[in-house]
Structure formats: structure tokens, C-alpha cells
Design a protein around this ligand. Structure first.
Ligand SMILES: [Zn+2]
Length: 208
């Protein structure tokens, strides 16, 4: 069984979306005085690879702990748009991949080729019509290799609202640099925070 880790490493160098809470990892207790080592960590709920739950954009929307784990684990398909030079993933590009109702789809773009050493403002995003299209199809989950699924500073909120209003969770901050297009099993488990709108997650693909 081959497992591909598609989550970003978390440390003091991890790029953070502008104006989000900084990620800080430091030593709280150090050996030998305490005989154990213990770290102090502070971070925002949308740090690194993370889940957006409906409550992220919708008042009264489902919180992270209300997303069924059955949604976050199961067959998925990686759609490779990394050779496309478009600044966003569009409905037309998605239609070319024949996406179907009930699929979990992960969008690989040139973000994964450029890498994740720093935050790049011109990241590839999903456009509003593309989000409406996926929501209308009734996909189960959408993932993307950028820290936000919507254009940086863009006025069109549909990439969040169209999906989250249909209770379609979003995984942001995936690293699919080593992943080729095709079918996998996805396991994406966020930390078990209750009552909030998102949390970092470990996401892996298992080759089928
Ligand atoms: Zn987010």
C-alpha cells in the first residue's frame, strides 16, 4: 500500500494566509529539568492544510465536528490542471474532467508545481462559476492546493458560499506536487475541535 502525504508541514516557517493568526511553535518544558519535553503551539483554525466547515461562511452553518467522517474518508479523484496557465479553475475546465455527483474531487493546479515555501498572492483559485457548477453537481467534498479556494482579495465569495451552503466541506492548503491525476482513497482528518468553523488536518491519499 502506498500512502502519499498531501498535507503541508507545520512549523515556524509554514506560510500563513495574510492577516491570519501566526503559527508559533516553541519549547514550553525542556529536558533535563522537567525530564520531558513539551512544546507550546498557537495557530489559527485555517493554518496549513485545513478544513473549511459551513460555519466558516454561513451563520448557523455546520461546524467542523458536525461534518460526517464518512465525508472525509473515501474514494476521491485528483483532477490535474497544473499544466493549465489559467489564473483559476473554471467550469469549462471541470467539465472536461467529467465530474459526477457524489465524487470527492481534489484540484491540483500549478500552485503545487511552484511549491509552498512562501505565500504567493497570485495563487490559482476556483472561480465562482466553477464553484456553482460543483455545488450543482452535488459533489461530496472539494480540495485545492491553495490556502484559500477563492481569489485573494476577490469580491466573488461563491467559491466558499456555493459549496458550504450545500454542506460540501472544502480542504485548503493541499500539497499535490507528487500526485498524478487519478483515483485514490482520501483520508483527511481535522483535529477534533468542537463548535468552530475549521481546523488543520492531516490529509493522505492511498493508491487504489
Ligand atoms: Zn480556510
Amino acid at each position: 500500500m502506498k500512502i502519499i502525504d498531501i498535507s503541508l508541514p507545520l512549523n515556524n516557517q509554514t506560510p500563513i494566509y495574510p492577516e491570519n493568526v501566526p503559527l508559533s511553535v516553541s519549547m514550553h518544558h525542556a529536558m533535563p529539568k522537567y525530564s520531558t519535553q513539551l512544546s507550546a503551539i498557537t495557530f489559527g483554525s485555517h493554518t496549513g492544510t485545513h478544513i473549511d466547515a459551513p460555519a466558516h461562511c454561513l451563520v448557523g452553518g455546520l461546524t467542523l465536528d458536525q461534518i460526517p467522517l464518512e465525508t472525509l474518508i473515501g474514494p476521491c479523484r485528483v483532477l490535474d490542471f497544473s499544466q493549465n496557465q489559467s489564473e483559476c479553475v473554471t467550469q469549462e475546465m471541470l467539465q472536461s474532467k467529467n465530474v459526477k455527483k457524489g465524487e470527492r474531487v481534489l484540484l491540483k493546479t500549478k500552485n503545487s508545481i511552484r511549491g509552498f515555501k512562501e505565500f504567493y498572492k497570485d495563487f490559482v483559485y476556483l472561480d465562482g462559476d466553477g464553484a456553482d457548477y460543483l455545488a450543482g453537481l452535488g459533489v461530496l467534498l472539494v480540495g485545492i492546493d491553495s490556502l484559500s479556494i477563492k481569489k485573494s482579495g476577490g469580491p466573488d465569495s461563491r467559491p466558499h458560499t456555493a459549496l458550504l451552503s450545500k454542506n460540501i466541506p472544502i480542504i485548503e492548503g493541499l500539497n499535490m506536487s507528487t500526485v498524478i491525476e487519478g483515483e485514490y482513497k482520501l483520508i483527511c482528518l481535522p483535529l477534533n475541535f468542537t463548535g468552530i468553523e475549521g481546523a488543520p488536518a492531516r490529509a493522505v491519499l492511498i493508491e487504489r
